[in-house]
Write a protein that binds this ligand. Structure first.
Ligand SMILES: Cc1ncc(COP(=O)(O)O)c(C=O)c1O
Length: 447
């Protein structure tokens, strides 16, 4: 594919795209969201080409997954080499070197000095599910603390922990008992709904409810685990104050609960650190990974302190988890992230945040810009003083950007996430910001 420059040949969806969409709509499950009518033909680096020859700059990376860019040659070569050897044998029951090497590497990389052990899964939700079983088996307790705005996947245990959108749970109950949702400290929008003029500080607002929960309804000694995203992903790309994470680290230490960081979205170099936990310098007991771990091949991980991963032989397994081809993709991905992409994410991410803040000066509907590396959130408001969220803007903005050759994705209730592949350079960042600016201007004119 030519230069990293977005190019619209036929207004999308073009005729080829429309044919595929019609086929899909006739046969695929109606539960799929299909954010906008992007129909992909191929990808390279940060660019996606659709089936009608349009070229898009990808600022969402297939929901923060294509960490090394689309079809990075090193990753493709690793996949090819592994595929030629064997496709499957089942790591639950047998051995192969790539699997064991990857477990060792992840165990050594995970935050904190204690020895770790690793269980490999096919997805983020399977990592969540396994972690729920692990913390119950390890602590012999049932109750779990999770957070408002949190997202951990789509299976029954994971949806029990979710509270980012009601549609993830609606109609699927009864869910897992013993899950308590508490506010997540949000430095911009008060987590308990106080008006900006009345909000004390985000930390004390978020912790008020924890205080009453543990005094009135739940004995902390009966908490098995605290499941949290160290940076909220689906819930709005919210970066909490460090003290919030420290509070829960201390809570778990004091009461013998397990602190689980779901780094499915924030891990693998996205924040400019291997894990968001490193950025805060707070080590959990368990880290969950997926998404960017294998550049788009289906692979997730539960990395737990050896002292926590105490379940017995046969108590958990997976037919496909840690597939040899996926492990090879993950090893190549880790090489690239460690060699250059983590640093690139920090460097280009800082430029992107700076550029987004310049847009904030120009567009008064941008209430807040925050980010770490290439995990950046832009929140839209109707009024900067009251911070009233600008509901309904994000889908329109996604579409306006798409028609100009930029792929965006919303999160939370009025936020756009910038989560491009970690390979983007300054020119890509400038192109993305330019299209974002044009799309915002179009929407303002239309408003
Ligand atoms: C933080 C977090 N956890 C878990 C998941 C679930 O991952 P998967 O879709 O691979 O099951 C996601 C997916 O968006 C996520 O962002």
């Amino acid at each position: 594919m030519a230069k990293n420059y977005p190019y619209i040949a036929t207004p999308p969806p073009g005729p080829n795209a429309r044919r595929i969409i019609a086929l899909d709509q006739a046969y695929s499950s109606p539960s799929y969201i299909k954010e906008y009518p992007l129909v992909v033909e191929r990808g390279e680096g940060p660019m996606i080409e659709d089936v009608d020859g349009n070229r898009f700059l990808d600022f969402m990376a297939g929901i923060a997954v294509a960490s090394t860019g689309h079809s990075h040659p090193n990753v493709v070569a690793a996949i090819e080499a592994a595929a030629h050897k064997f496709l499957h044998i089942c790591a639950t029951d047998f051995y192969y070197a790539g699997f064991s090497r990857l477990c060792e590497r992840l165990a050594r990389l995970a935050p904190g000095p204690e020895p770790k052990r690793v269980f490999l899964t096919n997805s983020g939700t399977e990592a969540t599910e396994g972690a729920i079983k692990l913390v119950r088996a390890h602590t012999k307790r049932q109750n779990i603390i999770a957070f408002r705005g949190g997202f951990h996947g789509r299976t029954m245990g994971a949806i029990s922990l979710n509270s980012s959108k009601v549609r993830y749970r609606a109609g699927f109950g009864p869910l897992l008992p013993g899950v308590y949702h508490l506010p997540y400290a949000d430095p911009y929008h008060c987590s308990v709904g106080h008006k900006p003029s009345e909000c004390g500080d985000p930390l004390s607002c978020a912790l008020e409810e924890a205080d009453s929960l543990f005094h009135e309804r739940l004995d902390p000694s009966e908490v098995a685990a605290v499941f949290m995203e160290p940076i909220l992903g689906e819930g709005g790309y919210i970066i909490p104050p460090r003290e919030f994470l420290q509070y829960w680290r201390d809570f778990c230490d004091e009461h013998g609960a397990v602190l689980v960081f779901d780094e499915v979205q924030s891990g693998m170099g996205r924040t400019g650190h291997m894990f968001a936990a490193d950025m805060f310098d707070i080590a959990p007991d368990v880290t969950l990974l997926a998404k960017g771990l294998a550049s788009g091949m289906p692979l997730g991980a539960i990395i737990a302190k050896e002292s926590v991963m105490t379940w017995g032989r046969g108590s958990h397994g997976s037919t496909f988890g840690g597939n040899p081809v996926c492990c090879a993709a993950a090893e190549a991905t880790l090489d690239l992230i460690e060699q250059s992409l983590m640093k690139n994410a920090a460097r280009v991410g800082a430029k992107l945040i700076e550029g987004a803040r310049a847009l904030q000066q120009k567009h008064d509907i941008i209430g807040d810009v925050r980010g770490a590396g290439l995990m950046i959130g832009i929140t839209f408001v109707r009024d900067r003083i009251t911070k009233e969220p600008y509901h309904g803007l994000v889908p329109e903005l996604e579409l306006a950007a798409f028609k100009r050759g930029l792929l965006l994705l919303g999160c939370g209730r009025s936020t756009i996430r910038l989560a491009p592949p970690l390979v983007i350079d300054e020119e890509d960042a400038a192109n993305g910001l330019r299209i974002l600016d044009e799309a915002l201007m179009e929407l303002r004119v239309a408003a």
